[in-house]
Design a protein around this ligand. Structure first.
Ligand code: MN
Ligand code: MN
Length: 454
């Protein structure tokens, strides 16, 4: 008998059949991810997939009954998938899985359009934690919506098709970077310089700002929008292009937005695939990257309203149900990166290919701003995963006092619901192209499925 804790590498344990499942699952994930670059995209994609599985729309006030499969879309940016089981809610509680589907990106400013030096640009205001230098000189796509006068909504997606143009933020040539090279990474590229090039052809009639005028004319001809419509839009630049396999062995996937769609997708597929008579909900949350505030974030009342609506319809006491419920906060963690070994504590890091990482706490400065899951909850989940044969691991985000991070776990726990974080380890988290392991992705699906079926 070996009493030591050792991480297992999934690829060392997997047989031929398991390898096939891992690869097949990854292919479907890549399609989901490509269609889900923004929270709106993710909510729309989830709705489509749920409808194909027989899920029906729900709005507050609708009656819910056992056996229902429902989805509630909150302002097009936050979706709740609900499977109403026949088990007693007050005895079994509700199984909740929450992941966020917003990712760091460059939002447009309300008045973004300007011209300088014969080039027209859109000014951006970054969303979430980014390293600004990473967003220059890469192909960008424009996603989002514009509200036109009278309430008409225009959907925008430019830069994803091969035939589409892309957008581009410049950086200084090395020949003239002597001074820039001496600046720290965090200040060498200023937020106000993250302006994307959108055109250079001047209008022949205009004297001043002729390129801007030509772009405005083009935008009006093509989309029917005028400059003030930017004010009533939600547009953002995200890295253009599809997820790609990484490495000769194709074990990894590089893509924009793994954080946190790499956990959102597994919680959704687990909900679809699981065999359970319990009530289970899968939540795609918005606004996590900016602190979970607002009507579509997990600090909003909306999750409580959803839980209360289920309880009210089924005649269960919501307080009793919440205290019997459990939540998985499904969010990514940092994968050990040997290039930056000094910020990781080796014994408490999550490793590529060693499975979804059960994370008791995140936070910073002595476990501040985190849900520190209790031993009973972590112990329960350990048993659930072990019984189902899920290969999982554990870890902290990084060394003590080198930084930190948060998830939605504390907001759900604050409602009186036992909550624990688990997530896929990510290399280069929050970079335009992040990297995850296909084996870890599939481990996350198996872990979520085991949770649903326990
Ligand atoms: Mn996250
Ligand atoms: Mn994040």
């Amino acid at each position: 008998m070996n009493y030591e804790y050792k991480r297992k590498n999934i690829y060392k344990e997997a047989d031929e059949a398991a390898l096939k499942e891992i690869d097949a699952y990854a292919e479907e994930y890549k399609k989901f991810l490509y269609a889900s670059k923004t929270e709106r995209g993710a909510a729309a994609t989830a709705k489509k997939l749920a409808e194909a599985k027989g899920y029906k729309p729900f709005t507050f006030g609708d009656k819910i009954k056992a056996g229902d499969k429902l989805y509630f879309i909150n302002r097009d940016k936050n979706i709740f998938l609900m499977r109403i089981g026949k088990n007693d809610l007050e005895k079994r509680g509700i199984k909740i899985m929450v992941a966020h589907v917003d990712s760091p990106r460059l939002d447009l400013k309300p008045n973004p359009l300007f011209e300088e030096g014969g080039i027209s640009f859109l000014k951006t205001h970054y969303y979430g934690g980014i390293k600004k230098y990473q967003w220059t000189t890469i192909p960008l796509a424009l996603h989002g919506v514009v509200m036109l006068p009278g309430g008409k909504k225009l959907d925008v997606c430019v830069g994803e098709e091969e035939s589409d143009p892309i957008f581009y933020i410049t950086d200084l040539l090395p020949h003239l970077s002597q001074e820039q090279n001496t600046k720290p990474l965090g200040t060498a590229i200023q937020g106000e310089n993250l302006n994307a090039v959108i055109g250079t052809i001047p209008d022949k009639e205009e004297e001043k700002d002729a390129v801007k005028a030509a772009v405005l004319k083009l935008l009006h001809d093509k989309y029917g929008i005028t400059e003030v419509d930017f004010e009533t839009s939600e547009l953002c630049f995200v890295p253009a292009g599809k997820p790609r396999d990484v490495g000769f062995d194709r074990s990894l996937i590089s893509a924009y937005g793994h954080d946190d769609k790499v956990c959102a997708y597994p919680e959704m597929t687990a909900l679809f695939d699981c065999d359970s008579d319990d009530t289970i909900i899968s939540v795609f949350a918005d606004k996590e990257e900016t602190g979970s505030q607002g009507v579509t974030g997990m600090q909003s009342r909306v999750i409580l309203d959803v839980l209360d609506s289920i309880c009210a319809s089924l005649g269960a006491n919501p307080i009793v149900v919440r205290y019997k419920s459990m939540c998985i906060s499904a969010d990514v963690t940092a994968a050990y990166d040997p290039a930056y070994a000094d910020v990781y504590e080796k014994r408490n890091s999550s490793y590529i290919n060693c499975g979804a990482s059960l994370t008791k706490y995140h936070g910073a400065r002595g476990k501040s701003s985190t849900n520190d899951a209790n031993a009973e909850t972590v112990g329960y989940l350990r048993d659930v995963f072990d019984k189902a044969g899920v290969i999982w691991q554990t870890g902290e985000l990084g060394k003590i006092d080198v930084g930190g991070g948060g998830t939605v776990a504390m907001y759900i726990a604050n409602l009186g619901i036992d909550t624990c974080d688990i997530g896929v380890p990510v290399l280069s988290m929050h970079a335009p192209y992040e990297v995850i392991s296909k084996a870890d992705l599939y481990s996350m699906h198996l872990a979520m499925k085991a949770f649903c079926e326990a």
